[in-house]
Design a protein around this ligand. Sequence first.
Ligand SMILES: [Zn+2]
Length: 92
Amino acid sequence: MKYLLLALVVLWLLYSPAVRGRLRGQPRHKADSGKPTGRPGTEGGQPAKPAQADRIEPCAHCGVHLPVSEALHDIGGRVYCSEAHRLAGPRV
Ligand SMILES: [Zn+2]
């Protein structure tokens, strides 16, 4: 019976730091995921594909430069700053 209690104490000592760490880490993780970034795969503070997402290209209609992640694309792959310019098409 003594050994059973000892084993329980040892198990508790082994698992309690992990449990505490998880309980401590969860609110922080929730606070991080609660930010309005809305991008998945940002665990560990490393954004996914930063170069591609933040590439700057000019609108094919008015020429204003904008991040590709915020741009609209037509079938030809041209970049537009807004739905109106996408419908208007590229400026000739
Ligand atoms: Zn435009």
